[in-house]
Design a protein. Sequence first.
Length: 435
Amino acid sequence: MIPRYTRPEMASIWEPQTRFKIWFEIEAHAADALAELGTIPKEAAKTVWAKARNATFDVARIDEIERETKHDVIAFLTHLAEIVGPEARFVHQGMTSSDVLDTCLNVQLTRAADLLLADLDKVLAALKKRAFEHKMTPTIGRSHGIHAEPVTFGLKLAYAYAEFSRARERLIAARKEVATCAISGAVGTFAQIDPRVEEHVAKAMGLVPEPISTQVIPRDRHAMYFSTLGVIASSVERIAVEIRHMQRTEVLEAEEFFSEGQKGSSAMPHKRNPVLSENLTGLSRMVRAYVTPALENVVLWHERDISHSSAERMMGPDATVTLDFALVRLAGLIDKLLVYPANMQKNLDRLGGLVHSQRVLLALTQKGASREDAYKLVQRNAMPVWRGEGDFLVLLKKDAEVKKYLTDAEIEEQFDLGYHLKHVDTIFKRVFGAS
């Protein structure tokens, strides 16, 4: 985790003290269940809670023990015994390390998902507010980076709103998929521990029992979780790239807020750069970078190996922390985005009316011209305008073959900007609902 791109609440989920606290809770809840089943004394379970519930675990001491044992869970259990005393011998009865590690990881991932869902809500709120603000602000739509037909800036934001709404639904599903608990013993057979222990721990930790585990919780669950984060990151980058394009000097339809005292360049005092959007592009790449190892972690040997472990120690914190930071940054960027409707109109007019070429094409076909002939008539008048040699409307009115089909008034009718925006309300209702 890089402090520059880390928010405290998400970072705290992955801190050693938090991890050891979760490990303790898993072990202590398991002890409660074992005590109820008569496997260990009830007083022993009570003592575990009484002596360690509010304990601050000595991370340095656990690290010291691990340097000797070369085993993180054993190091923790040894330290726990130093806190609890003789009754600690009843902890971890019939359990294996993965029962603790995997259940803990899933607790952390669900907590991280909850924060990410809150972040998505911030993004959605910002997009909705700005979408309605610019619902009917006309701007040019582009395909292949080239002027196509008019849209509105509100539609661009509504598109992003719908995209992040889908992201939210996917994350809810991914959270549900990864929210499982395994307390099933060495190879998942429950040979040394009753399945009722797993049910008890799962309920206590806000999870559900894994239907069938080996010595690990199946990693296809985690692959789906991190893949979902990767898709969300791609959505972040998509809108970031859109903003980067709009801020280009030659376009300047919108730009990032530039605060008092902010500097754009160490060499050129005039610069106002899209640094936040560029930063989001870079952060998105890092989140996506963890998708491939998550997919590869599905393929473990037999009932268990630890080839997934080292990767997950990095990807769990890094992917969630980075996406958390990116989503909050995106929400702020959208909320403060500077929008320039006058420049949008200027760019709309840049090609001398060529954005209306399809309407003229269709009008000609409606009046009897074949599509092939209509296309030729429109294109031969459009290309001079493209080269800066005239105005599209004027050229069409001078074209004798066009005038065989359309009057001047009928040609002018095809240049109505409002025609392109007549279904904006319909689209908004589909995206945001009738309200």
